[in-house]
Design a protein around this ligand. Structure first.
Ligand code: ATP
Length: 503
């Protein structure tokens, strides 16, 4: 695995996985562009998730809802009122910070001091943040008295009182900008699932329990985007809302925790690198009854959330439904006089309408990329003493499955065969096969090690009958990324060989 973030960032830029957004205009903080290899890896991760959660199960449907949503959706979901983080400004340099990040970044002694001033146990970080939040004026004094440093410049700050800051991006819809003509870019994909609950049930005749899955962009105006693609403002999520009979929710919660851990394992992110955090009550999101955060051990950052698996109870459907009063909701919801739909489904035993409970496994695609890349990143010293970087990606995630290399790029007899081999392998439908004639063979191998290509196939003079060994006609050399073994394979057998190798 990668030892630090820098070596990953550098590989990603050098080989075309990830670039800074709007880079030629100085860049835009919190926005990243996925390059030629990044888009392939990302698509492969999403495809693996979709396969495991929709195609390989019999209780799931897919969805692709719009990104911009009616303001009333985000009002009734609770996001208008509560999707905010307390922020503080440093008056000395006019920079803005998320209060919890700022405090977390301090040395232990400083955090201890703040905790003392606030009269809270420093080991209980959520309680400390809650206390700072609850009394903004005292919080500001505590930050100053403890000598809290600016996370970036290292200077001791002069702090304002913490103020809530809503992280949703708001945008104008239509030609007239008035008080009503705005909408939000969704801060999570989940709301599109809840608002389509009735549509999906009616069009598919699903009964409880079943789930709806969606992959898509979400937007959060993070106060301090940082740590490469770990915390970004435009992110992508892979979310499942699993609807079940109230009372069975805790069982399903455990089911999904297990399923998700084994999925991560299959992507090369082992359980031993993921801590399960049973989120303390005072730290739960506004909709949650209980949440497990999967905390992956990122290089440089340490354990940070890669996925949240929340029990959202009947909060969301309950918030978006009409006739709330007659539905016996368990969650505390605000009154809704806007919705025109009753979001119930027949109870499988009694056939009486019921608002289901929801289990939500929600994973970030960008954070998945970072974890997968980090686990695959390997530095090896070869027998001859030289060092190589190799991305040991699982074959189904590799951006390029096979590179086909003509040994001489100007010899038509060789390039014709190499192009035919490329087309033959591409037709297998296993993903991208690259015709690679950009440099000498040694360079090509190095490059494909670094981007995780499982196999390199070389067409040489022997292949086309211009070599010394006539028995090698119509064979190619296949080089294995991990073992470095080279094997001579008949072109006629190559498709089967590659199919087996990538399985
Ligand atoms: P954090 O505490 O790190 O801000 P969160 O608890 O707000 O995350 P959730 O609302 O649970 O995150 O979102 C579900 C998933 O979406 C997260 O596990 C993460 O993978 C991803 N995600 C959330 N915010 C971001 C972000 N700003 N950048 C990248 N991924 C994100």
């Amino acid at each position: 695995p990668a030892q630090n973030m820098e070596e990953l960032v550098s590989l990603c830029k050098r080989r075309g996985f990830i670039f800074q957004g709007s880079e030629i205009y100085g860049g835009l903080q919190g926005f990243w562009d996925y390059g030629p290899l990044g888009v392939e890896l990302k698509n492969n991760i999403k495809a693996a998730w979709w396969r495991a959660n929709i195609y390989e199960r019999d209780d799931m449907e897919g969805l692709d809802a719009s990104i911009i949503m009616h303001r009333l959706v985000l009002r009734h979901s609770g996001h208008e009122a509560t999707f905010s983080d307390p922020m503080v400004d440093n008056r000395k340099n006019n920079k803005r910070y998320r209060l919890d990040h700022l405090v977390k970044d301090q040395k232990d002694a400083v955090v201890q001091k703040i905790a003392e001033i606030m009269n809270v146990d420093a080991a209980n970080f959520p309680a400390l943040i809650a206390a700072l939040n609850a009394s903004p004026a005292q919080a500001s004094e505590a930050l100053k008295a403890a000598g809290v440093r600016d996370a970036f410049s290292g200077e001791v700050g002069d702090w304002t009182e913490p103020k809530p800051f809503n992280m949703m991006f708001k945008t104008t819809i239509g030609p007239v900008a008035d008080d009503e003509s705005y909408g939000y870019l969704r801060p999570e994909t989940a709301q599109g699932i809840f608002t389509n609950f009735k549509n999906v049930v009616d069009s598919t005749s699903r009964r409880l329990p079943f789930g709806i899955a969606q992959i898509g962009k979400a937007f959060r105006n993070e106060i301090t985007p940082r740590n490469f693609i770990f915390r970004v403002r435009e992110l992508e999520q892979m979310e499942i809302e699993y609807f079940c009979v109230p009372g069975t929710d805790e069982e399903w919660h455990e089911h999904w925790l297990e399923r998700r851990l084994s999925w991560w394992e299959a992507q090369g992110v082992p359980r031993s690198k993921i801590e399960i955090l049973d989120v303390p009550k005072e730290d739960l999101a506004h909709y949650s009854k209980r949440t497990y955060d999967l905390m992956y051990d990122y290089p440089t950052l340490g354990h940070e959330e890669i996925e949240g698996i929340a029990n959202r109870s009947d909060y969301d459907l309950g918030s978006h439904t009409k006739n709330q009063a007659e539905l016996g909701l368990v969650a505390k919801v605000s009154e809704n006089n806007d919705s025109v739909a009753k979001l119930t489904i027949p109870h499988p035993d009694t056939n009486k309408p019921v608002v289901p409970f929801v289990i939500e496994p929600s994973a970030g695609v960008d954070r998945a990329m970072l974890a997968v890349l980090s686990e695959a990143f390997t530095k090896e010293v070869l027998e001859n003493g030289s060092e190589r970087i190799v991305l040991k990606l699982r074959p189904h995630l590799a951006p390029i499955k096979v590179a086909v290399i003509p040994l001489a790029r100007n010899r038509e007899e060789i390039t014709t065969v190499a192009k035919a081999v490329k087309a033959q392998l591409q037709a297998l439908g296993l993903g991208r096969v690259l015709y690679e004639d950009s440099g000498n063979i040694g360079k090509a191998y190095r490059r494909h090690d670094e981007v995780g290509t499982p196999f390199c196939v070389t067409v040489d003079f022997d292949t086309v009958g211009k070599g010394e060994d006539a028995s090698l006609v119509d064979t190619v050399t296949v080089r294995d990324r991990d073992t470095l073994a080279q094997e001579r394979v008949k072109i006629a057998d190559l498709s089967d060989w590659v199919r087996r190798g990538l399985a």
